[in-house]
Design a protein around this ligand. Sequence first.
Ligand code: SF4
Length: 280
Amino acid sequence: MAESLPHPVTGKLFASPAPAGAGWPDDPATRRTPVASSADEVRDLATGADLDSLGARMSVCRACPRLVGWREDVARRKRRSFAGEPYWGRPVPGWGDDDARIVLLGLAPAAHGGNRTGRIFTGDRSGDWLFAALHRAGLAARAASEHAGDGQRLIGTRVTAAVRCAPPDNKPTIEERDACAPWLTRELELLAPSMQVIVCLGSYAWNSALRTLRALGYDVPRPRPRFGHAAEAAISAPGGNEVTLLGSYHPSQQNTFTGKLTEEMLDAVFTRARMFAGVG
Ligand code: SF4
């Protein structure tokens, strides 16, 4: 029997991984949420879902055996510094404004970040950097994002990921990437009426955004626009509007420790994002 530990915000006891509908802050799922067990079932459950049911369904997905095993094993073993906390240990849904003009896209949850807290870019060093920058740009209510239920709120912005389960070494396989793609495709389809800008944190996110937009019928140029920090690409939507892709180096410790990505560089990306989104 897994040990139950108190959630750092609410004090409620949870096993790791956290069961669906057990009261984890912002858990979108219930015990009756349908569970995808294959790539075909992901496609079926994503098609036609609204944002709430999409988040719920992806948060209980079990379509990729390797990733399910790994995320749950990490949740049970934990990092020593978090040994007293329960781990979410499930796929991490998109989070933020349902009518977002700015969408931030990352690769996947971190093993001891999103996979622990249940909220994307929350509880790790990359998230600390990202949310501090979002707060400076007026796109997040608080400068830090530590736990689900901590009062953080995104403003006109949504944060999401190409792959929803934490992968070993941050490297999902092509099959896992493709199995997970319908969740993001449906999410961007639902956000399309408001979405003006997609900020892609790293080349993986950039390429994922281009593949997803192409799947949704956007006019993605060939050859594909290339990723780079501060790269920009205007992509025409089927209805004639445009969405702008903005590239940013990922705020990984490797990039921020070495100075490859500075606060000023990230701030400049969000200044551009606000401009394209018509915010402020
Ligand atoms: S990576 Fe995506 S498709 Fe695979 S189990 Fe996780 S949520 Fe499901």
